[in-house]
Design a protein around this ligand. Structure first.
Ligand SMILES: [Zn+2]
Length: 386
Protein backbone atom coordinates (compact mmCIF):
# COMPACT_ATOMS: atom_id res chain seq x y z
CA UNK A 1 0.00 0.00 0.00
CA UNK A 2 1.29 3.46 -0.88
CA UNK A 3 0.53 6.41 1.35
CA UNK A 4 -1.13 9.59 0.07
CA UNK A 5 1.13 12.45 -1.05
CA UNK A 6 -0.45 14.87 1.45
CA UNK A 7 0.53 12.60 4.39
CA UNK A 8 4.08 12.40 3.10
CA UNK A 9 4.26 16.16 2.58
CA UNK A 10 3.01 16.75 6.12
CA UNK A 11 5.54 14.35 7.65
CA UNK A 12 8.29 16.03 5.64
CA UNK A 13 7.14 19.44 6.92
CA UNK A 14 7.10 18.30 10.57
CA UNK A 15 10.49 16.58 10.46
CA UNK A 16 12.04 19.78 9.08
CA UNK A 17 11.42 21.48 12.46
CA UNK A 18 14.36 20.59 14.71
CA UNK A 19 12.30 19.90 17.81
CA UNK A 20 15.02 18.10 19.74
CA UNK A 21 13.73 18.27 23.32
CA UNK A 22 16.32 20.90 24.34
CA UNK A 23 14.86 23.30 21.71
CA UNK A 24 11.62 25.25 21.67
CA UNK A 25 8.78 23.54 19.80
CA UNK A 26 6.87 26.79 19.25
CA UNK A 27 7.57 27.05 15.50
CA UNK A 28 6.11 23.61 14.90
CA UNK A 29 3.13 24.32 17.16
CA UNK A 30 2.48 27.67 15.41
CA UNK A 31 2.54 25.87 12.07
CA UNK A 32 0.01 23.31 13.31
CA UNK A 33 -2.20 26.01 14.81
CA UNK A 34 -2.24 27.96 11.52
CA UNK A 35 -2.97 24.81 9.60
CA UNK A 36 -5.93 23.94 11.85
CA UNK A 37 -7.16 27.55 11.65
CA UNK A 38 -7.32 27.11 7.88
CA UNK A 39 -10.07 24.52 8.45
CA UNK A 40 -11.86 26.64 11.02
CA UNK A 41 -10.57 24.50 13.91
CA UNK A 42 -9.73 26.47 17.03
CA UNK A 43 -6.91 25.18 19.18
CA UNK A 44 -5.68 25.94 22.65
CA UNK A 45 -2.01 26.23 23.59
CA UNK A 46 -0.77 25.20 27.03
CA UNK A 47 2.68 26.64 27.56
CA UNK A 48 5.36 25.69 30.05
CA UNK A 49 6.68 28.16 32.62
CA UNK A 50 9.45 29.39 30.28
CA UNK A 51 6.95 30.13 27.52
CA UNK A 52 9.26 28.34 25.09
CA UNK A 53 7.30 25.10 24.84
CA UNK A 54 3.65 24.47 24.21
CA UNK A 55 1.13 21.68 24.00
CA UNK A 56 -1.69 22.08 21.53
CA UNK A 57 -5.21 20.82 22.17
CA UNK A 58 -8.02 21.03 19.65
CA UNK A 59 -11.46 19.55 19.18
CA UNK A 60 -12.85 18.76 15.75
CA UNK A 61 -16.63 18.44 15.76
CA UNK A 62 -19.14 19.11 18.56
CA UNK A 63 -17.60 20.39 21.80
CA UNK A 64 -20.51 19.52 24.09
CA UNK A 65 -19.73 15.79 24.29
CA UNK A 66 -16.79 13.50 24.81
CA UNK A 67 -14.87 12.10 21.87
CA UNK A 68 -11.71 10.25 21.05
CA UNK A 69 -8.32 11.86 21.49
CA UNK A 70 -5.34 11.31 19.20
CA UNK A 71 -2.17 12.09 21.07
CA UNK A 72 1.43 12.49 20.00
CA UNK A 73 4.56 14.21 21.22
CA UNK A 74 6.25 16.82 19.03
CA UNK A 75 9.79 16.53 20.44
CA UNK A 76 12.47 14.17 19.19
CA UNK A 77 15.69 12.77 20.64
CA UNK A 78 19.04 14.37 19.67
CA UNK A 79 21.08 13.35 16.63
CA UNK A 80 24.36 14.41 18.30
CA UNK A 81 27.13 11.90 17.87
CA UNK A 82 25.02 9.68 15.60
CA UNK A 83 26.27 8.70 12.18
CA UNK A 84 23.50 9.57 9.70
CA UNK A 85 23.72 8.69 6.01
CA UNK A 86 21.38 11.57 5.10
CA UNK A 87 20.25 14.88 6.63
CA UNK A 88 18.10 13.85 9.63
CA UNK A 89 15.87 16.95 9.21
CA UNK A 90 15.21 16.41 5.49
CA UNK A 91 13.05 13.34 4.91
CA UNK A 92 14.50 10.99 2.36
CA UNK A 93 12.33 8.38 0.67
CA UNK A 94 14.11 5.19 -0.40
CA UNK A 95 13.51 1.42 -0.38
CA UNK A 96 9.87 1.83 0.66
CA UNK A 97 10.90 3.83 3.72
CA UNK A 98 11.01 7.40 4.98
CA UNK A 99 14.28 8.27 6.68
CA UNK A 100 14.57 11.18 9.11
CA UNK A 101 14.60 12.03 12.81
CA UNK A 102 11.12 11.47 14.20
CA UNK A 103 9.72 9.57 11.21
CA UNK A 104 8.82 6.70 13.51
CA UNK A 105 8.96 8.43 16.92
CA UNK A 106 6.58 10.05 16.24
CA UNK A 107 6.08 12.67 13.58
CA UNK A 108 4.93 9.95 11.18
CA UNK A 109 1.78 9.52 13.27
CA UNK A 110 1.30 13.24 13.89
CA UNK A 111 1.72 13.92 10.16
CA UNK A 112 -0.89 11.34 9.16
CA UNK A 113 -3.30 12.72 11.77
CA UNK A 114 -2.87 16.26 10.43
CA UNK A 115 -3.31 15.05 6.87
CA UNK A 116 -6.64 13.51 7.94
CA UNK A 117 -7.90 16.84 9.29
CA UNK A 118 -9.38 18.20 6.00
CA UNK A 119 -11.67 15.17 5.73
CA UNK A 120 -12.63 15.28 9.42
CA UNK A 121 -13.36 19.02 9.12
CA UNK A 122 -15.58 18.48 6.07
CA UNK A 123 -17.73 15.78 7.66
CA UNK A 124 -20.61 16.26 10.04
CA UNK A 125 -19.13 14.61 13.14
CA UNK A 126 -21.46 13.10 15.71
CA UNK A 127 -18.56 12.23 18.01
CA UNK A 128 -15.69 14.72 18.26
CA UNK A 129 -12.05 13.96 17.65
CA UNK A 130 -9.61 15.70 19.99
CA UNK A 131 -5.99 16.37 19.10
CA UNK A 132 -3.31 16.55 21.77
CA UNK A 133 0.22 17.35 20.68
CA UNK A 134 2.66 17.61 23.56
CA UNK A 135 6.23 18.79 24.24
CA UNK A 136 9.11 17.16 26.12
CA UNK A 137 7.91 13.58 26.15
CA UNK A 138 11.43 12.29 25.59
CA UNK A 139 12.72 13.97 28.74
CA UNK A 140 10.09 12.72 31.20
CA UNK A 141 6.61 13.28 29.72
CA UNK A 142 6.72 16.88 30.94
CA UNK A 143 4.35 18.43 28.42
CA UNK A 144 1.55 15.98 28.84
CA UNK A 145 1.61 16.44 32.64
CA UNK A 146 0.97 20.15 32.09
CA UNK A 147 -1.75 19.43 29.52
CA UNK A 148 -3.53 16.97 31.80
CA UNK A 149 -3.69 19.51 34.64
CA UNK A 150 -5.79 21.64 32.30
CA UNK A 151 -7.75 18.88 30.57
CA UNK A 152 -8.85 17.24 33.82
CA UNK A 153 -10.80 20.42 34.68
CA UNK A 154 -12.64 20.51 31.34
CA UNK A 155 -16.43 20.07 31.57
CA UNK A 156 -16.08 17.34 28.91
CA UNK A 157 -12.89 15.43 28.51
CA UNK A 158 -12.08 12.71 25.99
CA UNK A 159 -13.70 9.33 26.61
CA UNK A 160 -10.74 7.49 25.13
CA UNK A 161 -7.29 8.17 23.77
CA UNK A 162 -5.00 6.66 21.16
CA UNK A 163 -1.30 7.51 21.48
CA UNK A 164 0.48 6.99 18.19
CA UNK A 165 3.82 5.75 19.53
CA UNK A 166 5.28 3.14 17.19
CA UNK A 167 3.65 -0.27 17.73
CA UNK A 168 3.62 -1.36 14.06
CA UNK A 169 -0.09 -0.42 14.17
CA UNK A 170 -0.83 -3.10 16.74
CA UNK A 171 -3.08 -2.18 19.65
CA UNK A 172 -1.08 -2.03 22.87
CA UNK A 173 -3.10 -1.91 26.07
CA UNK A 174 -0.39 -2.09 28.71
CA UNK A 175 3.19 -1.25 29.52
CA UNK A 176 5.35 -1.25 32.59
CA UNK A 177 5.86 1.78 34.78
CA UNK A 178 9.25 3.25 35.61
CA UNK A 179 10.65 4.85 38.71
CA UNK A 180 14.26 5.97 38.86
CA UNK A 181 16.27 7.46 41.71
CA UNK A 182 19.73 8.70 42.60
CA UNK A 183 21.16 7.54 45.90
CA UNK A 184 23.86 9.66 47.50
CA UNK A 185 26.07 7.86 49.99
CA UNK A 186 27.74 10.21 52.47
CA UNK A 187 30.90 8.73 53.98
CA UNK A 188 33.95 9.96 55.86
CA UNK A 189 37.28 10.53 54.18
CA UNK A 190 40.64 9.38 55.56
CA UNK A 191 43.97 7.88 54.45
CA UNK A 192 43.38 4.39 53.13
CA UNK A 193 45.93 2.96 55.61
CA UNK A 194 43.43 3.97 58.29
CA UNK A 195 40.44 2.55 56.43
CA UNK A 196 38.43 1.42 59.51
CA UNK A 197 38.45 5.03 60.80
CA UNK A 198 36.71 6.22 57.67
CA UNK A 199 33.33 5.42 56.13
CA UNK A 200 33.84 4.13 52.63
CA UNK A 201 30.99 5.55 50.54
CA UNK A 202 31.81 3.36 47.54
CA UNK A 203 31.61 0.18 49.59
CA UNK A 204 28.28 1.13 51.17
CA UNK A 205 26.97 2.02 47.72
CA UNK A 206 28.08 -1.42 46.53
CA UNK A 207 26.09 -3.04 49.33
CA UNK A 208 22.93 -1.20 48.32
CA UNK A 209 23.53 -1.99 44.64
CA UNK A 210 23.98 -5.63 45.63
CA UNK A 211 20.65 -5.50 47.46
CA UNK A 212 18.97 -4.07 44.34
CA UNK A 213 20.46 -6.92 42.34
CA UNK A 214 19.01 -9.42 44.79
CA UNK A 215 15.59 -7.77 44.53
CA UNK A 216 15.80 -8.18 40.75
CA UNK A 217 16.69 -11.86 41.13
CA UNK A 218 13.76 -12.34 43.48
CA UNK A 219 11.28 -10.85 40.96
CA UNK A 220 12.76 -13.01 38.22
CA UNK A 221 12.27 -16.10 40.37
CA UNK A 222 9.12 -15.40 42.33
CA UNK A 223 7.25 -12.86 40.19
CA UNK A 224 4.71 -11.40 39.97
CA UNK A 225 4.67 -12.45 36.32
CA UNK A 226 2.81 -11.35 33.25
CA UNK A 227 3.75 -13.61 30.35
CA UNK A 228 2.43 -11.09 27.81
CA UNK A 229 5.62 -9.08 28.31
CA UNK A 230 8.96 -9.96 26.71
CA UNK A 231 10.46 -9.73 30.19
CA UNK A 232 7.62 -11.11 32.25
CA UNK A 233 8.54 -9.56 35.61
CA UNK A 234 9.60 -6.31 37.24
CA UNK A 235 13.24 -5.48 36.61
CA UNK A 236 15.78 -3.56 38.69
CA UNK A 237 18.86 -1.96 37.19
CA UNK A 238 21.74 0.27 38.32
CA UNK A 239 23.04 2.30 35.39
CA UNK A 240 25.58 4.82 36.69
CA UNK A 241 27.96 4.85 39.66
CA UNK A 242 30.17 7.78 40.59
CA UNK A 243 32.61 7.67 43.50
CA UNK A 244 36.17 7.85 44.73
CA UNK A 245 39.09 10.10 43.85
CA UNK A 246 42.27 8.10 44.55
CA UNK A 247 43.08 4.60 45.68
CA UNK A 248 44.83 5.83 48.84
CA UNK A 249 41.81 7.85 49.98
CA UNK A 250 38.76 6.29 51.63
CA UNK A 251 36.01 7.83 49.47
CA UNK A 252 33.71 10.32 51.13
CA UNK A 253 31.07 10.40 48.40
CA UNK A 254 29.42 7.97 46.07
CA UNK A 255 26.22 8.26 44.13
CA UNK A 256 24.46 5.84 41.85
CA UNK A 257 21.37 5.90 39.64
CA UNK A 258 18.96 2.99 39.58
CA UNK A 259 15.53 2.21 38.24
CA UNK A 260 12.60 -0.10 38.62
CA UNK A 261 10.61 -1.10 35.52
CA UNK A 262 7.58 -2.52 37.22
CA UNK A 263 4.47 -4.42 36.23
CA UNK A 264 1.33 -2.31 36.69
CA UNK A 265 0.24 -4.66 39.54
CA UNK A 266 3.19 -3.57 41.68
CA UNK A 267 3.40 -0.36 43.69
CA UNK A 268 6.69 1.43 42.97
CA UNK A 269 6.64 3.18 46.34
CA UNK A 270 6.82 -0.20 48.05
CA UNK A 271 9.88 -1.12 45.99
CA UNK A 272 11.63 2.13 46.86
CA UNK A 273 10.68 1.77 50.53
CA UNK A 274 12.21 -1.70 50.61
CA UNK A 275 15.64 -0.62 49.40
CA UNK A 276 15.64 2.43 51.67
CA UNK A 277 14.75 0.21 54.62
CA UNK A 278 17.69 -2.05 53.85
CA UNK A 279 20.08 0.91 53.71
CA UNK A 280 18.76 2.58 56.82
CA UNK A 281 18.30 -0.52 58.96
CA UNK A 282 21.23 -2.67 57.86
CA UNK A 283 23.93 -0.14 57.00
CA UNK A 284 23.33 3.32 58.42
CA UNK A 285 23.89 2.34 62.08
CA UNK A 286 27.32 0.90 61.27
CA UNK A 287 28.24 4.06 59.38
CA UNK A 288 27.01 6.39 62.12
CA UNK A 289 28.98 4.51 64.75
CA UNK A 290 32.04 6.05 63.08
CA UNK A 291 30.57 9.43 62.18
CA UNK A 292 27.14 10.93 62.76
CA UNK A 293 27.43 12.92 59.54
CA UNK A 294 27.27 9.86 57.33
CA UNK A 295 24.34 8.08 55.74
CA UNK A 296 22.11 8.06 52.67
CA UNK A 297 20.00 10.55 50.79
CA UNK A 298 17.65 9.79 47.93
CA UNK A 299 16.67 11.95 45.03
CA UNK A 300 13.95 11.15 42.50
CA UNK A 301 15.08 11.28 38.84
CA UNK A 302 11.99 10.42 36.88
CA UNK A 303 8.89 8.31 36.94
CA UNK A 304 5.91 7.40 34.85
CA UNK A 305 3.11 5.08 35.79
CA UNK A 306 2.39 1.85 34.00
CA UNK A 307 -0.49 1.54 31.58
CA UNK A 308 -3.14 -1.09 32.12
CA UNK A 309 -6.24 -0.71 29.97
CA UNK A 310 -8.92 -3.40 29.99
CA UNK A 311 -9.27 -5.76 27.06
CA UNK A 312 -12.97 -4.89 26.95
CA UNK A 313 -12.60 -1.10 27.40
CA UNK A 314 -14.47 0.82 24.69
CA UNK A 315 -11.24 2.36 23.33
CA UNK A 316 -9.62 -1.08 23.08
CA UNK A 317 -12.58 -2.49 21.18
CA UNK A 318 -12.65 0.51 18.84
CA UNK A 319 -8.90 0.48 18.19
CA UNK A 320 -9.06 -3.23 17.38
CA UNK A 321 -11.88 -2.58 14.91
CA UNK A 322 -9.98 0.33 13.32
CA UNK A 323 -6.85 -1.79 12.84
CA UNK A 324 -8.94 -4.84 11.90
CA UNK A 325 -7.00 -6.86 14.47
CA UNK A 326 -8.29 -9.49 16.85
CA UNK A 327 -5.63 -9.23 19.48
CA UNK A 328 -3.77 -6.75 21.63
CA UNK A 329 -0.18 -6.54 22.82
CA UNK A 330 1.78 -5.29 25.84
CA UNK A 331 4.89 -3.27 25.16
CA UNK A 332 8.25 -2.91 26.85
CA UNK A 333 8.72 0.84 26.47
CA UNK A 334 6.94 3.53 28.45
CA UNK A 335 4.61 6.20 27.11
CA UNK A 336 2.39 9.05 28.29
CA UNK A 337 -0.45 6.54 28.48
CA UNK A 338 -0.19 5.82 32.20
CA UNK A 339 -0.48 9.53 32.96
CA UNK A 340 -3.48 9.98 30.68
CA UNK A 341 -5.12 6.94 32.24
CA UNK A 342 -4.67 8.55 35.67
CA UNK A 343 -7.25 11.22 34.80
CA UNK A 344 -9.74 8.51 33.82
CA UNK A 345 -9.23 8.58 30.08
CA UNK A 346 -8.82 4.95 28.94
CA UNK A 347 -5.84 4.85 26.62
CA UNK A 348 -4.26 2.52 24.09
CA UNK A 349 -1.06 2.85 22.10
CA UNK A 350 -1.22 2.35 18.37
CA UNK A 351 1.00 3.98 15.80
CA UNK A 352 3.03 3.41 12.66
CA UNK A 353 6.60 2.14 12.66
CA UNK A 354 8.61 0.10 15.10
CA UNK A 355 10.29 1.16 18.34
CA UNK A 356 13.30 -0.78 17.02
CA UNK A 357 14.00 2.13 14.68
CA UNK A 358 13.39 4.87 17.24
CA UNK A 359 16.22 6.95 18.74
CA UNK A 360 18.77 5.51 16.28
CA UNK A 361 20.76 7.02 13.43
CA UNK A 362 18.94 6.62 10.08
CA UNK A 363 15.60 6.35 11.88
CA UNK A 364 12.94 5.24 9.40
CA UNK A 365 9.32 4.29 9.02
CA UNK A 366 7.97 1.98 6.32
CA UNK A 367 5.63 3.58 3.77
CA UNK A 368 3.29 0.65 4.29
CA UNK A 369 3.01 1.55 7.98
CA UNK A 370 2.07 5.12 7.04
CA UNK A 371 -0.60 3.73 4.69
CA UNK A 372 -1.95 1.49 7.47
CA UNK A 373 -2.15 4.50 9.78
CA UNK A 374 -4.07 6.40 7.08
CA UNK A 375 -6.52 3.51 6.83
CA UNK A 376 -6.95 3.57 10.63
CA UNK A 377 -7.84 7.26 10.51
CA UNK A 378 -10.18 6.82 7.52
CA UNK A 379 -12.09 4.18 9.47
CA UNK A 380 -12.12 6.44 12.52
CA UNK A 381 -13.45 9.29 10.40
CA UNK A 382 -16.26 7.09 9.13
CA UNK A 383 -17.03 5.91 12.66
CA UNK A 384 -17.39 9.40 14.15
CA UNK A 385 -19.34 10.82 11.19
CA UNK A 386 -23.10 11.08 10.85
ZN1 LIG B 1 7.98 8.64 21.34
Amino acid sequence: MAPRPDSLAMIRRLVAFDTTSRNSNLDLIAFVQDYLDGFGIKSQLMKDETGQKANLYATIGPDDRAGYALSGHTDVVPVDGQDWASDPWDVKEADGRLYGRGTTDMKGFVGVVLAAVPELAKRQLTTPVHLLFSYDEEVGCLGVRRALEVIKEFPVKPKGCVIGEPTSMKVAIAHKGKKSLRCHVHGLECHSSLAPKGVNAVEYAAEVIGYLKRMGRRFAKEGPFDPDYDVAHTTVHTGIVRGGTALNIVPKDCSFDFEFRYLPVQNPDDLVAEVKRFAEEQLAAEMRAISGETGFSWEPISAFPGLDTAEDAEITVIAKALTQANDTIKIAFGTEGGLIQEIDIPTVICGPGSIEQAHKPNEWVALDQIAQCEAFLQRLTAKVSA
